[in-house]
Design a protein around this ligand. Structure first.
Ligand code: HEM
Length: 430
């Protein structure tokens, strides 16, 4: 059984009052403390606007972030640092996952070997090799797989006329799609779904309890044992799935090691499901809040590719990420010295009024620009998978459940800070 995740109930149609509290705060530290606190952040975006106005490059001592780290909320700053070779992901940014401080926990070992947290030159080598596995042949089946999974999930609830959009659709959908793209056996899907859930819950340092951490470690052990056996089988009898491509990818320095392949498989499952699930949940909330745009999209499927970009901008699932600064960076006269940590506020950057007029409005005709997949050296490797999955899911929902609408006036938002999305969103249809 899944461990429970904490959530917070929110109005689906909030009043303008919700924006009021942020406006009254003059201390950036207090604004940031609210932002990091699920009980206080409410609608979130008013706090980003306030922090951007008060201190767009803000050095903080607030609990929950590395002391003295800089928080960036302007598009141009986030973009510049994301593209800069002076700021890197690094094993030190994975230290937050070393829950018991020994460096020995199974969860920490898998995370610190994941490409995202490797030292720069190793990261670049692993990334190049993994990119080679994302061949057109390996990812071509995704659209059909995604369509099949979306329809399977809708088949299971269609006659009920109601569902929890997250639990019944948005969460299992990308997870099953990536498992099938990797060629994992169907009979392992439900075990992997449990590991994926537990592993992910241990990855949010702000909300991890001892039970969540223990289950995260157990999931890492389960993953490792399973993939060791699975890779043996794939080596003996490779197929045309993404796992076989990963094993075969080689450059002049050779192929990925067994540990690197396993950490990559875990990363692809983990980075490839919560993110898209949360994005779909946020997209649905955003569309419910903008009924005219919702109606336009439902009637004109041709708008889907462009609408997907605006939905990614409007309320992204990966709200922030960390970088370690290797060489001094100066942003608008503020010196960020080597050794500092920086928080890249992707969600805040996506609502920067300097780039997006009327940023809090969902506008499906807007120019497709956002930082939801980051930019530069760590630009999301799964961006085209995610885009395909989002478009396919919305198309299937609008075709099969054209009268889909909210059931009730609220939903449950996840407690997490780095990842944002609903935990429960009740919907109904005729
Ligand atoms: C809406 C869905 C998604 C969003 C918003 C998203 C966002 C991101 C972001 C912001 C990063 C950069 C992290 C950083 O700054 O440190 C990233 C990296 C990454 N993403 Fe995604 N992602 C999504 C879906 C996916 C999918 C479906 C996959 C694969 C199946 C995937 C695989 C990865 C990988 C492997 C990296 C690491 C790249 C590297 O270290 O060079 N993502 N993603």
């Amino acid at each position: 059984m899944k461990n429970r995740e904490k959530g917070i109930r929110q109005d689906l149609f909030p009043s303008a009052q919700d924006a009021g509290l942020a406006e009254t705060l003059d201390d950036p530290e207090e604004v940031l403390a609210c932002l990091l606190d699920a009980e206080r952040r409410g609608e979130l975006y008013p706090f980003y606007h306030r922090l951007r106005t008060l201190a767009p490059v803000h050095s903080t001592q607030v609990a929950g972030l590395p002391p003295g780290c800089f928080v960036l909320t302007r598009f141009r700053d986030v973009d510049r640092v994301a593209r800069s070779s002076s700021a890197v992901n690094d094993p030190r940014t994975a230290k937050v996952f070393d829950h018991d401080g020994t460096g020995e926990g199974a969860f920490y070992r898998v995370m610190s070997n994941a490409m995202l947290f490797l030292e720069k030159s190793t990261h670049d080598r692993v990334r190049r090799l993994v990119y080679k596995a994302f061949t057109p042949l390996a990812v071509a089946p995704l659209r059909d797989l995604a369509e099949t999974v979306a329809n399977e999930l809708i088949d299971a609830v269609e006659a009920d006329g109601v569902m929890d959009f997250v639990g019944d659709f948005a969460y299992p959908y990308p997870l099953r799609a990536i498992m099938r793209l990797l060629g994992l056996p169907r009979e392992a899907e439900s075990t992997i779904e449990t590991w994926a859930w537990d592993f992910s819950r241990a990855g949010d340092p702000m909300s991890a309890t001892p039970e969540i951490i223990a289950r995260g470690n157990a999931a890492a052990v389960g993953y490792y044992g399973f993939f060791e056996r699975f890779l043996e089988e794939k080596r003996r009898a490779p197929g045309d799935d993404l796992t076989s491509m990963l094993i075969m990818a080689e450059d002049e320095a050779g192929a990925l090691s067994r540990a690197e392949v396993i950490s990559t498989l875990v990363l692809l499952i983990q980075a490839g499901h919560d993110t898209t699930a949360d994005l779909l949940g946020n997209a649905m909330v955003g569309l419910f809040r903008h009924p005219d745009e919702f109606e336009r999209l439902r009637r004109s499927p041709g708008l889907l590719p462009r609408a997907t970009e605006e939905l990614l901008r409007y309320d992204t699932s990966v709200q922030m990420s960390m970088r370690l600064v290797r060489e001094e960076i100066i942003l608008d006269g503020v010196k960020i010295s080597a050794g500092s940590m920086v928080v890249l506020g992707y969600g805040a950057a996506n609502r920067d009024p300097e780039i997006f007029p009327d940023p809090d409005r969902l506008d499906l005709d807007r120019d497709p620009t956002h930082l939801s997949f980051s930019s530069g050296a760590y630009f999301c490797l799964g961006n085209s998978l995610a885009r395909t999955e989002i478009q396919t899911a919305l198309a299937a929902l609008f075709t099969r459940l054209p009268t889909i609408r909210p059931e009730g006036g609220d939903f449950v938002q996840r407690w997490t800070t780095r990842l944002r999305g609903p935990l429960e969103l009740r919907v109904a249809w005729d």
